[in-house]
Design a protein around this ligand. Structure first.
Ligand SMILES: [Zn+2]
Length: 549
């Protein structure tokens, strides 16, 4: 019975892949996918390029095959060929002119472009030379794709058709694995980006979803009421770091002195370091959605709106998400106006520029700094004067020369981050202020496997721990300490409390003594009602407290 079903499936697949259009679409999709090579590479990526080209060509050919009306078949075939050629042409043009490939950023640019800008763009870039170049490349490509099936018919046709079938079967496994990962952990291993057709569709879908979220949030954030019972004019500072590994921080016992200044503050009892903090996601945007939300994203108010409503001046110093440059809740102008009294955007500069531009005055105020921190490429995240560690500082038996160089760059970036945070603390020293710091997520730097970065989860729990365990500390000024002895007492007695950055808005509202229906004392780890028993989750469905700790 099984072998009968198998034979039937095999025969059906053979019928599809032996059609000349299959080879044609496979080649064109493979070329289209491979145009992303400047962005993604490595064996897994090459495999994805090939498998996804095979399955997309299969699905397209099957549609043509099942349409038994000849003229309709020709129309579908023409539409499919024009579509895949359009994707190729767009990416070749973007790569040639801007070294970019199509993605969500491009959709944002298109959405923000008015007719005059569009016509200026067309006259600047669509020159005769450019058009001739693209036509020439596309013509060659299509000629190869057209004549290849004829060549295959002459040589090793069975071998090639069987290879096609193996690729299609394997790509089904890849698609299944990706869908499972996306459903369970909220991460698709980046697979949709590896097929040109999926990348375009995925970008459009993402843009649409974010646009809908923004509309929803505007409504929610316009209709809140909040007040504060704080008697003093206090300043709350939230610093969101980037890709900061707890395992490379000497305040958490790393063997190289990456946090000399913060360590000094810790040893003096001025810096309060928390040992058990995690992040709900291992990627920036997903974490920030959680951090800024008071409950479910898009259906609950963003916490800066609540602060503003309660009478706090709210200021943001943003070094990643530039206003109007992409479609998310931090770059949307109307949401930004609802959240912040003032805003300063920085164009991916070294983080001390943000700190230098702050001129704090007594509150009540909320300051948010969103840093570049230790985001890849690490060597761009610190000035030359912070080059303290080099490849010779690391175990030659454990890591290759190039890996050791990258680790050294990371540690130098962490050393620079230590300086930036210490400079910030000095700025707020003489005010009634409290600073909370944590990064959006951690980072893997070849500790567990041959991988550096974040956002990737392949089932290895130890690797994931490096991405989701995060440094977390609070610093308070003497004035704040004197005026808020109860808060201070809770800070110094809860270093081992389980924390998730998902609930950080409640901690901040608690520190600011804000009264509003969104505040939940059970989620504020400095409140006596804090629920420290419930397990914390990361990547949507992983129970951190029972599976990872
Ligand atoms: Zn990040």
């Amino acid at each position: 019975m099984i072998s009968k079903t198998y034979n039937k499936t095999y025969k059906y697949c053979l019928e599809i892949v032996s059609k000349p259009i299959y080879t044609q679409l496979f080649v064109l999709n493979l070329v289209a996918n491979s145009l992303a090579l400047t962005y993604f590479n490595g064996p897994f990526v090459y495999l994805c390029f090939t498998l996804l080209a095979a399955i997309i060509a299969f699905a397209s050919t099957a549609i043509i095959h099942f349409t038994h009306i000849r003229w309709l078949q020709i129309i579908i075939q023409t539409i499919l060929l024009i579509s895949i050629n359009s994707l190729i042409i767009t990416d070749i043009f973007l790569l040639k002119e801007f070294n970019l490939i199509f993605g969500e950023d491009i959709i944002n640019i298109i959405a923000d472009t008015n007719p005059i800008e569009a016509s200026n763009f067309a006259t600047t870039y669509l020159s005769i030379g450019n058009i001739a170049f693209i036509i020439f490349i596309t013509a060659i490509l299509n000629l190869v794709a057209y004549y290849l099936p004829k060549l295959i018919l002459r040589i090793k046709r069975n071998f090639i058709f069987n290879t096609y079938i193996i690729l299609c079967y394997s790509s089904l496994l890849l698609c299944g694995y990706t869908i499972y990962n996306r459903k369970v952990y909220g991460t698709g291993l980046g697979v949709p980006q590896y097929a040109s057709a999926f990348r375009y569709a995925h970008s459009a879908l993402l843009y649409q979803n974010r646009f809908n979220d923004i509309i929803h949030l505007r409504n929610v954030c316009e209709n809140i009421s909040a007040s504060t019972t704080a008697k003093d004019d206090r300043i709350i500072v939230l610093v969101i770091g980037e890709s900061h590994s707890k395992f490379h921080s000497s305040i958490y016992g790393y063997n190289l002195p990456t946090n000399p200044l913060l360590n000094k503050l810790k040893n003096n009892g001025e810096l309060h370091v928390f040992n058990n903090a995690i992040t709900p996601y291992n990627a920036t945007h997903a974490t920030l959605k959680s951090v800024f939300s008071t409950n479910e994203f898009a259906s609950s108010p963003l916490f800066p709106c609540i602060f503003k409503k309660a009478g706090y001046n709210t200021h943001i110093y943003e070094n990643q998400y530039l206003l109007g440059k992409s479609s998310n809740f931090l770059t949307d102008k109307s949401l930004s106006d609802l959240m912040f009294t003032t805003r300063k955007d920085f164009n991916y500069v070294l983080d001390e520029v943000l700190v230098d531009s702050i001129q704090p005055i007594n509150g009540p105020a909320l300051y948010i700094l969103h840093l570049q921190g230790q985001h890849y490429i690490y060597k761009n995240r610190y000035p030359n004067s912070f080059t303290q560690f080099s490849s010779s500082d690391y175990d030659t038996n454990r890591w290759s020369e190039s890996q050791r160089e990258i680790i050294a760059h990371y540690d130098n970036a962490t050393l620079y981050n230590d300086y930036v945070l210490n400079t910030l603390i000095n700025k707020f020293q003489n005010l009634n202020s409290c600073i909370v710091y944590f990064p959006d997520h951690g980072e893997e730097i070849y500790e567990v496997r041959d991988y550096m970065g974040h956002g990737d989860y392949n089932g290895d729990k130890e690797a994931l721990n490096h991405q989701v365990q995060i440094p977390f500390f609070i610093w308070v000024s003497n004035d704040f300490k004197a005026q808020n002895p109860n808060i201070y007492n809770n800070i110094i007695t809860r270093y081992d409390t389980p924390i998730t950055s998902k609930n950080i808005s409640h901690l901040l509202m608690g520190l600011a003594e804000i009264k509003c229906t969104s505040y939940n004392p059970k989620k504020d780890f400095l409140n006596n009602e804090y629920d420290s028993i419930s397990h914390r989750y990361t990547l949507k469905s992983i129970d951190y407290d029972s599976q990872l700790r």
